[in-house]
Design a protein around this ligand. Sequence first.
Ligand code: NAP
Length: 515
Amino acid sequence: MVQPYKHEPLTDFSVEENRQAYLKGLKTVESYLGQDYDLLIGGERISTEEKIVSYNPANKDEVVGRVSKANQELAEKAMQAAVNAFKTWRKTKPETRADVLLKAAAIIRRRKHEFSALMTKEAGKPWREADADTAEGIDFLEFYARQMIALKNGVPVQSRPNEHNQYGYIPLGVGIIISPWNFPFAIMCGTTVAAIVSGNTVLLKPASTTPIIAAKFVEVMEEAGLPKGVLNFVPGSGSEVGDYLVDHKDTRFVSFTGSRDVGLRIYERASKLSGGQIWLKRVIAEMGGKDTIVVDREADLELAAQSIVASAFGFSGQKCSACSRAVVVEDVYDQVLNRVVELTKQLKVGDPTDQGTFMGPVNDQNAWQKIMDYIEIGKQEGTLLTGGEGDNSKGYFIQPTVIADLDPKARIMQEEIFGPVVGFTKAKNFDEALEIANNTEYGLTGAVISSNRAHIEQAHEDFHVGNLYINRGCTGAVVGYQPFGGFNMSGTDSKAGGPDYLLLHMQAKTISELY
Ligand code: NAP
């Protein structure tokens, strides 16, 4: 009997044994830096001339590894492998499919700190953030395995005399999994295994800046006993391989997590019929955010400041759920703002391999430049109170930045920056604060810091976000506890890690038999 789901605890690094375990993980990773990784197609390892090179964003001369790069021909080969494997995988018992996930979770749990340390090197994640990413990936494996077992017999429906009706779920077919770099393990793993455990076969195209952690995950899935062709690993350029696979007639669904613009492009392309295609493709698209913490007049202001700082600057603000806007009622605006600036100045920015580092680098030169450009815009639109400096000489570092006194419609308050920048706006009262909180095209996460019950209830009804948090920060959703997904331009609200998620990868079939 499978035990009930319990989420993976975060590691307490103040315990010396845990600290040593992480350092050992780092040593293991350092022993294989710079290695080459192959594509995996139908169980066959394929090496290509052309490679995607993964660099350490904290030390851009350090090569984390090189992966082979799929082109359209290899993407086609992978598609055919997935089509073939689907014939048997769809009939494999749900319990057997779930077992592969549970075994993978056990393998990764044993190598937990190695996986985290690899993300410290490849994505610039400080210890705590990397540890949370690995834990979330393990949670997805454990949670979806159990969800599949719960769904395997479908849902009871009524039957009349001499009639037997059944209602069950069957897999869709071949899915294309396209994942982002910011949760290079958790989201890549979660979206892949949800599709697989539901009986589908997949092609995984990871983000081009973080393919090594994905290659390691693919190795684990093989070790866990996943049959050939069920998971095909095809790193490649989004525009070349991505478009080709999204457009393909044999693609049954696309599970995408990433930016608004790429999500929209995929949504549009997937809606067009390709020659020979006989279904409507399904698209799961989880996209960007512009997330707000609202601070009420009656509120624990220390909690408000701590929540804003943690949510704005954790992993350098590179979370779709990051707090990039603070909307504070005017009576307490100065107090909250001053405290946030004070706390922000205490944050340590630097090499994420150092245990004491709170914030590492941003993802790459493009991200660095984009964020620095936004900071310039912010200086014109509001008042820069702290931060604002960047240094890309060794790695892509940017100081945590607070910009105050912004108009609610300022670009800094409307556009996703995806970096360590938080903008402040003053509201006359709670009603106006909520109005401002809702005034972007996104609707992913939001938080309200208030001790006024009526205002909290008002936020339940009127704060239009997929994940609303009361009296805490707006990041850190836990699988099985806070199913995750957003409204409006934040995507299709798939609610990853929730009870409905696997159903998005299946279709319901009714069977009625007369006796
Ligand atoms: P991105 O640039 O949109 O890339 C995401 C993935 O899409 C990558 O694998 C990328 O490949 C691929 N891609 C690019 N162009 C493509 C195309 N034409 N067809 C198919 N695939 C294509 O996003 P990102 O910079 O990696 O991630 C950051 C964004 O993700 C932010 O907007 C963030 O808010 C969002 N996000 C949302 C959630 C959520 O749950 N809502 C969670 C995490 C992140 P390449 O790397 O090869 O370009």
